[in-house]
Write a new protein. Sequence first.
Length: 363
Amino acid sequence: MRRTSVSKLLLALALSICGPTVVFAQLEPKLDPIVIDLPMVVPVPAVIDPNIPNPVFRMPPADPAIPAPKFELPVSPNTGLPRPEVAPEYNAHAMAVLAFNSSNYTDPRYIANSYHPDDMGVWEILRDSGKEQTSRLLQDFKNFYLSENMFYVAGAVALAAPIANSQMDQRFRDWYQKQGRTKQADDAALFVKNFGEFKYAIPGYLAMSLSGRLFSDHPFMTPIGEFGDRGLRALAVGAPMVGVLQYGLGASRPGSQDSRWHPFSGASNSASGHTFVGAVPFLTAASMVESKTLKVLLIAGSMATGWSRIHTDDHYLAQTILGWSMAYLAVEAISRTEDQRGKMRIVPLITPNGGGMGVEFRY
């Protein structure tokens, strides 16, 4: 009797310990968290073997009729992580749930930028190109005004002085105008004059410069952009000197007075501004090409605007000579800057042991 009572007492004690656990597992209320739709195995109560002195709890084998779990979760296109679904009856939208749901909406700008993650935007391109061109322009001014270039300016003035301050200018003008002007020549002169208009030249150079910057990957647009950059800088460098010669030497147009210089008299036609502006694009192109034949043709074309001013009787010969000379010297100053920068530059350097910066010399 005492042995039976002890066995019952141990059994009751074991059931009192394990029983609530089983009941809790079976009677646990259903919660409403984020539910992953996976089939669950139904818990089965443990079986007690009475033939073993100390009770041993054994789980029955799994039911083969229950299918294996399937992991078919949608994947977020932004994060690459599984995106759990929310039960329909779940109404409490936590921040984590909202964050997961936000991956359903992909920003089109993210997709477009993912193809070119390192490309600069328009503002960055314009900012960097502006800094670069400003640095080159400062070097252009040094090459024009703080170098032997000023001796060439003095040489051009010395060449034009005897022509302007003698009868040579007036006689050449009278001879040319007596040759007879045809309508075809007049139309050609009026057309060529447009190359010397600031109102056309500056917007054209700006458009070409910006096109070269914004479409730098295109092989055809790169030289177009460089041509626009050089043309703008040549105008900026040479225009101040043209203004100094115009007002400093003081000459008048044909028909009003003779070609003689009257320094600081108020007249401002000693150097032809149209000839200066119209010669810049041809001389700039000549400085960029390698063919000698093409260089000669472009240099000859640079004199077309000066001819048009003589043909329409708007300038004397000496005045067109000064305008063309300033254009030539301005373009030479820009070419010198490009040559100085082209001989040495900083380039990225990649080695088997890593990367760094290198210096490239050209000769």
